[in-house]
Design a protein around this ligand. Structure first.
Ligand SMILES: Cc1cc2nc3c(=O)[nH]c(=O)nc-3n(C[C@H](O)[C@H](O)[C@H](O)COP(=O)(O)OP(=O)(O)OC[C@H]3O[C@@H](n4cnc5c(N)ncnc54)[C@H](O)[C@@H]3O)c2cc1C
Length: 466
């Protein structure tokens, strides 16, 4: 086994950049405190870099690893790439194709004769998977390296629990992977976690707690964005439906329910102080289409088509003969909204750290994003288009050569864009192969406004994200 050839700089003395010389002369100029003097590309070169999750960001990481001639494995719990995206495959994205394709992936694809979709067109989720992710995954350089139906249930350091220090960096990572009933153990020299957050929605419960009652009622609750105009139509037809959440996804869900006709009773439950806070700028909105969305929902509320309950904090759900009761506090007083037949909740999602329990992580206490990233993505200050591009240095974890990227790197913040994730993995792969200069370059250009609009939503009634 190779012994590491680097020093760890004492981070109490300096909290700066990666290379020793620079670090000594340029202390404390970044928010991250994990200093490295030399990437460990020499470490366990016979072992693969393991990427977890074959969404757009995991696959982009794969493309960059191909370009750099690296040995890698891509583990995906689903049976297809883009498994999460396919769950909202009917939803139109708010960013056009030009921002949704990784540059290196595009180069690899074009070599195989693939033709990129029109740059300005706004795809739906399913098109992202079928027209981009699947062709990418089918490239011979990537295809044989993806293991489907392979769920990572734990990541650790070989022979080391979380507490053990001495020699920790001299051992590889070890991943426990569930594959059709068996548990495989895979060793890795670096791990990139690109598992997203989609499969971990927030509960209906306003305290953020998963109650046993809510879990039991899961057949009557849809977490996310149902395909109301498509396969889920019959589920909501003529029903009494509570839509939970005050963002664009909830508004779009309501607009789709309205299309099902007068027989659908719609109850809109939020925590906002007043419903006007959900309308946005309406005609004053800088983005005309987003303003239009606010105007439409405003009108439906004024007409009484949508019954609003805000601020309503739900603390418990109860199944009765009449349906589901939402029990909580409405305008500060105990209240029960009874008899709901279906609940659709659009209250965001959260990262799953359970399988990373044995790794040393640095996660922001509020957003649950990668810690050094939190000031850059605070949803109170930033929309999708204004998050500063960032790379390896910001994404660094205390556990050397382990990275959380993509949607998961933002924790609970909803401001993530694929284009930002592509830049993350470009920088990390550059670092892992020892190209420090390239890892530090910021190569992402986003327009100041526009990529995070809801333009398309109003044109086809589908839901936007941000
Ligand atoms: C409705 C909606 C609309 C959006 N619109 C846009 C947009 O217009 N533009 C934009 O840039 N971004 C948009 N986003 C945000 C973001 O780009 C997407 O969520 C994107 O899918 C995130 O990519 P990802 O690769 O980080 O994660 P995901 O796409 O969530 O992929 C994660 C993958 O990891 C797999 N996985 C999970 N756990 C494990 C495990 N333990 N082991 C193995 N595999 C695992 C999953 O099956 C999945 O395939 C949108 C998001 C949503 C929800």
């Amino acid at each position: 086994m190779n012994k590491l050839e680097f020093d760890i700089i004492d981070s109490s003395k300096c909290c700066g950049p990666t290379e020793k010389q620079e670090a000594m002369s340029n202390c404390c100029n970044t928010s991250t405190q994990y200093n490295r003097v030399k990437p460990s590309q020499e470490l366990f070169t016979h072992l693969p870099i393991v990427v977890i999750g074959a969404g757009p960001i995991g696959l982009a990481a794969a493309a960059h690893l191909v370009e750099q001639g690296q040995n890698f494995i891509l583990l995906e719990s689903g049976s297809r790439v883009g498994s999460h995206i396919l769950q909202w495959g009917h939803v139109r994205l708010f960013s056009p194709w030009q921002y949704n394709i990784d540059k290196v992936a595009k180069k690899l694809l074009e070599k195989s004769g693939w033709i990129a979709p029109p740059e300005e067109k706004l795809p739906i989720g399913k098109e992202i998977v079928e027209q981009y992710l699947e062709p990418l995954a089918n490239l011979p350089e990537i295809k044989d390296r993806i293991l489907f139906n392979s769920k990572v249930i734990a990541v650790s350091k070989k022979g080391f629990d979380k507490m053990k220090n001495t020699g920790r960096e001299d051992v590889p990572f070890v991943l426990y992977v569930e594959q059709q009933g068996d548990t495989e153990r895979i060793e890795a020299r670096a791990v990139i976690d690109a598992t997203g957050t989609w499969s971990n929605p927030n509960p209906v419960n306003a305290d953020g707690i998963w109650t046993a009652e809510e879990i039991l009622l899961n057949k009557s609750i849809h977490y996310g964005i149902p395909n109301i105009q498509g396969k889920d139509r019959d589920r909501y037809l003529n029903k009494r439906v509570a839509v939970i959440g005050g963002g664009h996804s909830a508004i779009n869900t309501i607009l789709e329910l309205v299309e099902l006709g007068e027989q659908v009773e719609i109850y809109w439950v939020m925590r906002k102080a007043k419903v006007e806070d959900a309308y946005g700028g309406e005609e004053k909105d800088a983005l005309e289409a987003r303003g239009e969305l606010g105007k439409r929902i405003h009108q439906l509320v004024d007409e009484g088509r949508v019954k609003v309950f805000t601020p309503f904090k739900i603390y418990q759900l109860k199944h009765t003969e009449m349906g589901i009761d939402l029990i909580g506090e409405y305008k500060g007083k105990a209240f029960i909204l009874s008899g709901m037949e279906e609940i659709i909740t659009n209250t965001g999602s959260r990262p799953d750290f359970s399988f990373l329990r044995e790794l040393r992580l640095s996660v922001d206490a509020v957003t649950e994003s990668v810690e050094a990233l939190s000031p850059l993505i605070d949803p109170n200050l930033h929309s999708c288009g204004t998050v500063r591009p960032h790379g390896e240095e910001i994404l660094r974890q205390p556990e050397r050569n382990f990275y959380i990227v993509g949607m998961k790197s933002y924790g609970r913040a909803p401001t993530f864009l694929m284009a930002t994730g592509y830049e993350q993995v470009r920088s990390i792969v550059a670092y892992l192969v020892g190209d420090i200069e390239a890892s530090k370059k910021v190569e992402l250009e986003l327009p100041e406004t526009g990529v995070c609009s809801s333009t398309l939503v109003t044109t086809n009634n589908n839901s936007s994200f941000c």
